[in-house]
Design a protein around this ligand. Structure first.
Ligand code: NAD
Length: 244
């Protein structure tokens, strides 16, 4: 299938490794010019090196901060495709979570996406094409104990997208959320026995591959996916039992 996005420009956040990188890699393979955003310059340079041959630029910035988002937008002021992503908040018993913990989680996993959508959506509308994909989590559908910062901040974004995607729909701009279950990124592998326990529950009996997640992202960003908006797509090997 021709995804029809060759020559488009993508701003991909949290892209020095893991799921963000896989999304950037899948888009670059379709001929999309990608701007990778992350906080660490050397990790970004290494990620860009892995995409050698593609049209790649990098932007050093923390998307949870206004300055980081400004750096991202300076490097890619008019993206046709926006992939929102940042590291997940720490786990912990809900009794110990402070207002500062909540503010940090909301900054990284809610406001970062909201602000980047706000900054880029009108340009997409003016050009008559736009694709926004937010990396959220399985926890939106299937809350996991002690991941309340993640679940709640991502559900805030889910609600925002439910409304805004419909407002952007008439202009040919789609907004969707991609929900990873257990995809074998370095972060997941570092969880060791905890990750093994999660993977043991997956009906497909294995962890997902980052490139499988990237492929789903590239499809949602494609021209043929024009009629898909406001959706929450699980990439979880069947782990979440309820999908309605
Ligand atoms: P990861 O830690 O491997 O990669 C995160 C990437 O984002 C890295 O490049 C990191 O440098 C960058 N980053 C982190 N915070 C940032 C910030 N504030 N500003 C800019 N860049 C930032 O994680 P991952 O496994 O790829 O997961 C990506 C997201 O998906 C996380 O929010 C995670 O909680 C969520 N998630 C992942 C899984 C999974 O199976 N891997 C499952 C559920 C949810």
């Amino acid at each position: 299938m021709d995804l029809g996005i060759e020559g488009r420009r993508a701003l991909v956040c949290g892209a020095s490794r893991g799921l963000g990188f896989s999304c950037a890699e899948a888009l670059a393979a379709e001929g999309v010019a990608v701007t990778l955003v992350a906080r660490d310059a050397s990790a970004l340079a290494a990620a860009a090196e892995r995409l050698k041959g593609a049209d790649v630029t990098i932007a050093v910035g923390d998307v949870a901060s206004p300055a980081g988002r400004a750096a991202a937008l300076a490097a890619c002021p008019a993206p046709d495709i926006l992939v929102n992503n940042a590291g997940g908040p720490p786990g912990g018993d809900f009794r110990g979570l402070t207002p500062a913990d909540w503010a940090a989680a909301m900054d990284a996993n809610f406001l970062a996406a909201v602000e980047l959508i706000r900054a880029t959506a009108d340009g997409m509308v003016a050009r008559g094409f736009g694709r926004i994909v937010n990396i959220t989590s399985l926890t939106v559908r299937m809350p996991v104990a002690n991941l309340d910062l993640s679940t709640a901040s991502r559900l805030a974004l889910t609600g925002y997208v439910a409304g805004v995607s419909r407002q952007l729909a008439p202009a040919g701009v789609t907004v969707n959320n991609l929900l990873p279950g257990t995809i074998a990124t370095e972060r997941i592998k570092a969880l060791g026995a905890m990750a093994d326990r999660l993977v043991a529950q997956v009906p497909m009996a294995r962890a997902g591959r980052p490139e499988e997640f990237g492929a789903a992202c590239a499809f949602l960003c494609s021209r043929p996916a024009a009629y898909i908006t406001g959706q929450n797509l699980l990439v979880d090997g069947g782990l979440c039992p309820i999908t309605v």
